[in-house]
Design a protein around this ligand. Structure first.
Ligand SMILES: Cc1ncc(COP(=O)(O)O)c(C=O)c1O
Length: 492
């Protein structure tokens, strides 16, 4: 079992082992009833003292994640019933787990498999609001005119015409771009991964906001990075804390979502955008500016991206098109410059030899068209209506002690519970009522805070959104008023 340990982190080794095993249990990678390695084997595998391994297992057992059976070993706890009563469900240690992997916590993948009827978990736009029919027609037409498109490799850097259009498009939002410094990626998730596999190795320091986008945490963890975190307030990443961290640790990468931050919705002020760039310049670091919902604003336009004031190539700018156009096309745009760009291009070649030509060509007529402008406008209006609906329901039905941040754009709303209430436990209750959301704990790279929830208001239609938010309020109401201490089952 591969557990990533950061020896120079502030968090104790036993706590890191604990968290890693919890993540694996929650993600379903370690299934109920599975036998875990003995403390002796674990301490050997990880190169930690026996006392450290014992401490981690004791805490896991105390918190109800695992159970020890005398003379048999330690098992991932089976839900509710005692292990002894469910012998048939106990699996011996899976030999495949001794094949070392470099996967980070994988709970994010789990949250994307959402079978519940009311999905407030996925940060995605309702398919009914996206131009599916238009793209369908484009694909048909393109294939009937040029079926050979399926039998060709495209350019590794991305289709030239698409890069030209995207350069124009990015310029219109203040990001100076040319077709030569644009790389078409398979979603911005791949952009993050390309930067990580190119520039981050074991022990390299990466700074992230806390909370942040869980999919990025997984990528940096997978590279063995030492992740340090900076809290976010209503004006974005706390620059005073970032400055201190950077003075001490000189990170290689600073990952930020300055505009409608995922999950809190905060917008980084222009002043802080300048400051973060100054800091990166002073320590020769790279900034990943992840900007998927720049077009989804409900009031005034957000400040121009950090990339717009970057004259020395510190910012690697990512603009995914999944949130506004077509997640199924898997297209993202990366803009960078100089030798940083060249190395990312080499990484792209190693990874997949270029993104699919079919989807690049299909979206081409859309970019910069009047249809695109109208579509963005329509999207802003529709999503604003959904956000307002949620805000209204929250203010009507949410019990005292729960607070939330009003997002001025993007797809997510960040809710904070009383500190004694664990979002993972609320989720267990919600799932019984066919409702799901993202527990805030998934958004913390290092020390998890459990008393937050991320609710996405963009995926469900208004009727289901109404039903889902009312259900959530009712669950919280009954949990807060009864202040029940739950059967602390860790499963969801
Ligand atoms: C902040 C952020 N970055 C990147 C991604 C990945 O998006 P995609 O790869 O579909 O462009 C997401 C998806 O939710 C996201 O929220």
């Amino acid at each position: 079992m591969q557990i990533e340990i950061q020896r120079n982190a502030d968090v104790s080794l036993s706590k890191q082992i604990y968290q890693s095993i919890v993540d694996r249990i929650r993600s379903g990678l370690l299934q109920e009833g599975l036998q875990l390695p003995s403390v002796r084997i674990l301490s050997k595998q990880l190169g930690v003292s026996l006392v450290t391994a014992v401490k981690a297992y004791q805490q896991l057992e105390q918190d109800g994640f695992i159970t020890s059976v005398q003379g048999k070993g330690t098992f991932v706890k089976v839900k509710r019933k005692a292990v002894e009563e469910r012998k048939e469900e106990i699996f011996s240690y899976d030999w495949q787990l001794s094949v070392q992997d470099y996967l980070p916590r994988s709970q994010f993948g789990r949250f994307h498999l959402v079978p519940e009827k009311i999905n407030l978990s996925s940060s995605m736009v309702d398919p009914g609001l996206l131009p599916n029919r238009y793209l369908e027609r484009e694909i048909h037409q393109m294939l009937s005119e040029n079926p050979r498109i399926l039998s060709q490799y495209g350019e590794i850097q991305g289709d030239t015409h698409l890069r030209k259009e995207m350069a124009e498009y990015l310029k219109s939002s203040g990001v100076p771009s040319t077709p030569e410094n644009i790389l078409v990626t398979s979603g911005s998730q791949q952009g993050i991964d390309l930067v990580a596999r190119t520039f981050v190795g074991p022990g390299d320091v990466v700074v992230m906001e806390a909370p942040t986008y869980p999919g990025a945490i997984d990528v940096f963890r997978g590279r063995g990075a030492t992740i340090l975190t900076v809290p976010v307030d209503k004006d974005g990443m706390r620059i005073d804390i970032l400055q201190n961290l950077c003075d001490k640790h000189k990170p290689k990468i600073i990952y930020t979502i300055p505009t409608f931050h995922n999950p809190t919705g905060a917008v980084m002020t222009l002043k802080r955008r300048r400051q973060i760039l100054d800091i990166a310049q002073s320590i020769q670091s790279l900034i990943i500016e992840d900007d998927p919902w720049n077009e989804i604003y409900f009031g005034k336009k957000p400040p121009a991206p950090i990339k717009s004031i970057d004259h020395n190539g510190h910012v690697i700018y990512l603009r995914g098109l999944s949130k506004t156009l077509a997640p199924g096309c898997r297209i993202g745009i990366l803009s960078a410059s100089g030798s940083v760009f060249n190395r990312l291009l080499a990484a792209k070649a190693n990874t997949d030899l270029g993104s699919p030509l079919l989807t690049q060509k299909s979206i081409l007529p859309f970019i910069n068209s009047k249809r695109m402008m109208d579509h963005h406008k329509k999207l802003r209006t529709a999503l604003r209506i959904r956000r307002d609906l949620v805000l209204e329901l929250l203010s009507q039905h949410m019990p005292d002690g729960v607070s939330w941040v009003i997002p001025e754009g993007g797809l997510n709303l960040w809710i904070s519970l009383p500190s004694w209430l664990d979002g993972n436990h609320v989720l267990i209750e919600a799932k019984k009522q066919q409702l799901t959301f993202l527990p805030g704990s998934a958004c913390y790279p290092v020390e998890q805070e459990n008393h937050h929830l991320r609710v996405s208001y963009s995926y469900m239609n208004e009727q289901l959104l109404h039903q889902g938010v009312t259900t959530l309020c009712n669950i919280l109401h009954s949990q807060i008023t009864s202040k029940t201490v739950h059967d602390c089952s860790p499963y969801f």
